[in-house]
Design a protein around this ligand. Structure first.
Ligand code: ASP
Ligand code: MG
Length: 454
């Protein structure tokens, strides 16, 4: 392990304007071990770039580019002479303008190239902000390091190649100063720009931490940690001070939107501790995700996701057969549809599909997968469901947990339950309109006032 190194990632709201950027730069400057800084695009920019890839007229395209350009020129101007960064905002704007205006239809590779401008703009400006604080700063084009496959829109990082490039090209730079680079984007081995999927900058930072064997990965965002549940729903929700990798992964996967779910995969591989804090209020502290937290309560937090789809697959071929489930999952895998919950009976299998948090690719892929499944099964779809996950420790071994849960939920119709596969979670589906009350009741029961003080 690189005993001191900290990789720090700042999200889009942390890059929102020059004051935000300066606050973030102060955080970086404060600790000499914060040597690798990964940033997201300024907030709203990736959405605008996405719009540029849609079928819109030239006038609208040039207006959007103008807005993106103005936002970044304003930031550079506010920095005075320090705004003369490399690559320059002007060069980036011209490159974007020329590319977009001559294209009629955008293919997935070109889309990734267009989306890459958000992080390229923000990182060059942020490097300049940091340089203004007397720091020796190197701006690095992440496409030299973060190599991926060519699944545009949701490219898969190539870990061995990343580790190799990091050693060869990044480690020497760290001797010279702090390195600022882009989240979310990568490149194929032959240099084509790719992206890791929306929200992917956390994952990029985790990949850097992994490749460099960093001590800590910091995710600076707009909330001071992972909360016991969504604080917009339950006002008693509190930031969790310390949580294990497994619990945090479950919380992130099932709805706590603080972290891109793949981030922890990378952290777990190298046991890198992860800190999540609020860049505008670092003094509030945040959540530490560690291998072995000091305290392991049965229930640590409650995540939930609305708009879940439940797909029930029925086929008499399942009766005393082998290979049926593998056929179903082979199809889903081929179309990159990820499944969350699964329950089975002799001739039915019910599963929830994760269609919400992935790239826009999933929808056409889902239709194609369904088409194929219909060839040999009867399918039923249910919608308007919410997936609620109770996350904690030894849940499948703690006597009485399930009875406490179901007592609380006496009045609620539970559509499906997954219990026992993991010691870290119990999941179930309720109707969307019952979700808030369900979460409130569970939070009160398991994470109420007296618990939050411990
Ligand atoms: N800028 C990208 C997005 O908005 C990546 C990120 O912010 O993590 O999705
Ligand atoms: Mg983000």
């Amino acid at each position: 392990m690189n005993t001191q190194l900290i990789v720090s990632k700042f999200g889009g709201t942390s890059m929102a304007d020059i004051n935000c950027m300066r606050k973030c730069a102060r955080i970086v400057a404060e600790n000499p071990n914060r040597r690798v800084v990964i940033v997201s695009a300024t907030s709203g920019t990736t959405d605008q770039l996405t719009k540029l890839c849609q079928n819109i007229g030239l006038l609208e395209k040039s207006e959007i580019i103008e807005k993106i350009q103005q936002r970044h020129i304003k930031l550079a101007k506010e920095l005075g002479t320090f705004g003369q960064s490399y690559p320059s905002v002007e060069d980036l704007s011209n490159e974007l303008f020329e590319f977009v205006m001559k294209k009629e239809e955008i293919n997935p590779a070109e889309r990734d190239y267009i989306l890459s401008f958000g992080e390229r703009f923000s990182s060059t400006i942020f490097a300049a902000v940091l340089r203004q604080m007397d720091e020796k700063v190197i701006w690095l084009d992440v496409r030299n390091i973060l190599l991926t496959d060519d699944f545009f829109g949701k490219a898969e990082p190539q870990l061995e190649q990343i580790a190799h490039r990091a050693k060869e090209k990044l480690t020497p730079l760290l001797e010279e100063g702090k390195v600022v680079s882009q989240g979310f984007i990568g490149a194929t081995i032959d240099g084509k720009t790719t992206t890791l999927g929306r929200g992917g900058s956390d994952y990029s930072a985790a990949l850097f931490a992994e490749a460099l064997s960093a001590k800590t990965l910091e995710i600076w965002t707009d909330v001071n940690g992972i909360f016991s549940t969504d604080p917009r729903i339950v006002k008693e929700a509190f930031p969790i001070p310390e949580v294990s990798f497994n619990e945090a992964a479950e919380l992130a996967i099932y709805g706590a939107k603080v972290l891109h779910p793949a981030t922890l995969k990378a952290a777990i591989r190298k046991k890198t501790s992860v800190f999540i804090g609020k860049s505008m209020n670092p003094e509030l502290g945040g959540t530490w995700i560690v291998e072995k937290p000091e305290f392991s309560p049965a229930i640590r937090g409650i995540s939930f996701r609305n708009n879940q789809k439940l797909l029930t697959i029925h086929s008499l071929d399942m009766l005393h057969q082998f290979g049926f489930l593998s056929k179903v999952f082979e199809i889903l895998a081929r179309y990159k549809i990820s499944v969350d919950l699964v329950t089975t009976s002799e001739v039915n299998v019910a599963l929830t599909l994760d269609t919400g948090i992935k790239s826009d690719f999933n929808y056409p892929m889902l239709d194609a997968a369904i088409q194929e499944l219909r060839g040999f099964c009867k399918l039923t779809f249910e919608t308007d469901l919410a997936l609620i996950a109770l996350v904690g420790n030894q849940l499948n071994q703690t006597a009485g947990i399930s009875s406490r849960i179901f007592q609380v939920l006496e009045e609620v119709n539970i559509r499906l339950i997954c219990y026992g596969a993991s010691s870290h979670n119990i999941c179930f589906l309720v109707k969307d309109h019952d979700a808030i009350t369900t979460v409130e009741l569970l939070h009160q029961q398991f994470l109420g006032a007296e618990v939050s003080k411990t």
